[in-house]
Design a protein around this ligand. Structure first.
Ligand SMILES: [Zn+2]
Ligand SMILES: [Zn+2]
Length: 121
């Protein structure tokens, strides 16, 4: 993938698959990430979920996404925020989770991304 493309990463399509319980993000160029909803909820990057500003630096290890979560969550609403992020409202009442594209690509659970991360350590 060329550098220009990866810097301007933006989804070409976002689908909520209720059957598989996944958020399907099409990054274009045959790059599709199937994000398990439960893991995505656990990965919420907002201040509240990260336990306050002092912990903002300590985001999840990207490979959390392949772990089995303890709880089950559903998405009640999806909003595109500006040009840079996806806001997800969850059925546990949490609505302030804003997932920037850069974060979503970083935790992308597709096979290619998992392999790329394992190679770069
Ligand atoms: Zn949150
Ligand atoms: Zn990927």
């Amino acid at each position: 993938m060329d550098e220009l493309n990866s810097n301007r990463m933006k989804p070409t399509g976002i689908t909520l698959n209720k059957r598989t319980h996944e958020l399907v993000i099409d990054w274009g160029g045959n790059h599709i990430g199937n994000y398990p909803l439960d893991a995505l909820r656990e990965a919420c990057p907002c201040v509240v979920c990260r336990g306050g500003h002092e912990n903002m630096g300590s985001l999840h290890d990207p490979d959390f996404i392949s772990l089995t979560p303890v709880k089950s969550y559903d998405v009640v609403d999806l909003q595109i925020v500006g040009n840079y992020a996806l806001q997800i409202s969850w059925d546990d009442g949490h609505t302030s989770g804003i997932y920037p594209w850069s974060y979503l690509t970083r935790i992308c659970p597709c096979a290619a991304c998992v392999e790329r991360r394992s190679l770069s350590g």
